[in-house]
Design a protein. Structure first.
Length: 272
């Protein structure tokens, strides 16, 4: 079988890092996600994965972040039989395949056109009421094609930091204005995370630039009436999980106590 040539650069190229993290996790003795589809996709692309700088610790970190967002999305679907899920900046993530939504859930995977084309070539299409949208989430019209009739969970992993704060604010406001109720489930970087961006191999090697830092999650509550932050989990706290590799625990524990570092990243759940 011919391998897929990869011509992505900038933010879209970074999807290969998170894909590779899930693939590495799937081969771990005690995997967090067990995402075998990620491992199969990795084997089908022609890409030098050494560019990602991924090791066991970073792979487990990304898998645990994905697991947290999977769990919140699953919780939302369990609470709302007829829900819509918007999975923004989906990259090559098989979240819909992992969560297998009920047929009453309408699911949208959204990313840039070149990413959605690659996705179609590498991944199987999930069953059910499944749709794709090939667009930047900062474009004006992509949201018009999503019916506004249901409670809607919008999950976006590894996206917020690539947006400017202005684009992130506009995105959140458009979603909260459009749907009757819902949740926003995503991860963010704090100021220190943005400041240290060139230390992240995926960012440095792809030429991507990170912009938006969220230092105080409560600030977003003022962006839309009724928007409330329900959970804000510091990403460094994942060292407490028994599936996090031993070799990363001490450094994560120390960093999680340093005032300058402890807010380097967060997993956020808002409701409206
Ligand atoms: C770090 S990757 C994460 C991909 C996926 N969420 C995952 O966890 O594997 C960043 C993703 O954000 C997407 N992205 C960045 N800016 C975007 C935008 N304005 N609109 C849509 N997707 C965007 C990229 O194409 C890429 O797929």
């Amino acid at each position: 079988m011919d391998l897929e040539k990869i011509s992505l650069t900038g933010a879209p190229e970074t999807l290969l890092t998170t894909l590779y993290c899930r693939a590495v996790d799937s081969r771990a003795e005690n995997p967090v996600l067990g995402d075998d589809a990620a491992a199969r996709a990795v084997e089908r692309v022609d890409y030098d994965f050494r560019r990602t700088g991924v090791n066991r610790v970073t792979a487990a970190g990304v898998a645990l972040r994905a697991k947290q967002l999977d769990d919140w999305t699953a919780e939302f679907m369990a609470e709302h039989e007829k829900a819509t899920v918007l999975h923004l900046a989906c990259g090559l993530d098989t979240r819909a395949q992992r969560l297998a939504p009920a047929s009453t859930v309408r699911w949208y995977d959204v990313d840039y056109p070149q990413v959605m084309e690659l996705r179609q070539r590498l991944l199987t299409t999930p069953d059910g009421d499944y749709h794709t949208i090939a667009s930047s989430v900062t474009e004006d019209d992509w949201l018009d094609s999503v019916p506004a009739d249901r409670p809607t969970a919008t999950v976006f992993e590894g996206l917020s930091m690539y947006l400017t704060e202005e684009d992130g604010k506009r995105l959140i406001q458009r979603i909260a204005e459009r749907f009757p109720s819902g949740q926003l489930l995503f991860d963010c970087y704090g100021k220190m995370g943005i400041r240290m961006q060139k230390l992240v191999p995926a960012v440095r090697n792809s030429g991507a630039t990170l912009h938006w830092a969220i230092e105080d999650p409560s600030v977003l509550e003022s962006w839309h009436p009724g928007l409330r932050c329900r959970d804000a989990i510091r990403s460094l706290e994942i060292y407490r999980c028994d599936k996090f590799p031993r070799e990363g625990r001490t450094s994560y524990r120390v960093l999680s106590r340093l005032p300058g570092f402890k807010n380097v990243g967060r997993f956020l759940r808002y409701e409206f």
